[in-house]
Write a protein that binds this ligand. Structure first.
Ligand SMILES: [Zn+2]
Length: 296
């Protein structure tokens, strides 16, 4: 294990694009600083809607080739962020996108939503015991906004963190390892409100986006006092925007704003926020470094 970089960050996400939207600047920052940044994506996002009309044929109800295309988008995004270690849970295509909550795809036996929790967690335990991250980032129990794959990604990440530390659990998957700090993605309400105020003031809703979203459309919004860490990633915001742009089937970026397939404009947040749910905070107030207080 001596050849691993001193600081190691693991992120667990549901679909290609979630990592760039939620943590793109954080990933770019720590990668630039020499940390090992490992991304595990749980599905290929096969059920996503496609924004560019010229690529609409990729969608699940037409050619059903969106998954392979999004693997390419993810690889391009990782190049923008300087992240070289990105993997799919259990290998590419092991778990299929479950679609939005309530969609018939939720019942597909191949879907991530239907996957056996401990079986999926075992694949992640193997990654955890290999890269030995001090910090794990994933979603809150609601997956930020209730998408089944995001909820499942949360459950798999939390279960795998527990099992990885269990001395008696599956020694064939590596030596036991206890992740020091676990964070959930979040955005403080005041930042979301200020972002939408900027968006309305810029009048961009009239130019690029047919409408603007509302704060309730932003995943993981929490009262300000629930946020425990704010990573100042402003210097890496351009790389975040470039990574989001690489997910062209899913995201339309316009300056400091972007829209998903619902065409509703929303602010792009250059500072990224987190809630510490396991481990001791490394600062008295809000932390500004996810590795604060850990041995590296
Ligand atoms: Zn997603």
């Amino acid at each position: 294990m001596t050849d691993l970089p001193g600081r190691r960050l693991l992120l667990v996400h549901a679909h290609p694009d979630d990592e760039s939207i939620n943590n793109g600047a954080t990933m770019a920052k720590y990668a630039a600083e020499g940390a090992l940044v490992t991304l595990v994506t749980c599905t290929l996002g096969e059920e996503g809607e496609v924004i560019p009309p010229g690529l609409a044929h990729l969608a699940a109800d037409r050619d059903n080739t969106l998954g392979a295309h999004r693997m390419g988008e993810l690889a391009a995004a990782m190049k923008e962020l300087g992240v070289t270690d990105h993997r799919f849970l259990g290998g590419p295509g092991q778990y299929r996108d479950s679609g939005m909550m309530g969609a018939p795809q939720n019942a597909d036996p191949a879907s991530f939503w239907q996957a056996d929790l401990d079986e999926a967690a075992a694949s992640l335990v193997e990654v955890i015991r290999e890269v030995r991250p001090q910090v794990l980032v994933t979603y809150d129990p609601d997956g930020g906004y209730g998408h089944p794959d995001h909820i499942k990604a949360h459950r798999v990440a939390m279960r795998a963190a527990e099992l990885a530390a269990e001395p008696a659990y599956r020694r064939d998957l590596g030596d036991p390892y206890d992740i020091a700090k676990i964070y959930w993605n979040c955005v403080p309400m005041s930042v979301v409100e200020a972002g939408f105020a900027r968006l309305r003031a810029a009048g961009r809703d009239k130019e690029l986006f047919p409408g603007i979203a509302s704060p309730e459309d932003v995943p993981g919004v929490v009262p300000d006092d629930e946020v425990t860490a704010a990573v100042d990633t402003a210097a890496h915001a351009p790389r975040k925007a470039a990574a989001m742009r690489a997910h062209a089937t899913q995201i339309a970026v316009d300056g400091p704003f972007f829209a998903l397939s619902n065409d509703l404009g929303q602010p792009l947040f250059p500072t990224e926020y987190y809630k510490l749910v396991k481990g001791r905070p490394g600062a008295a107030g809000r932390e500004d470094d996810l590795f604060a207080g850990v041995d590296a």
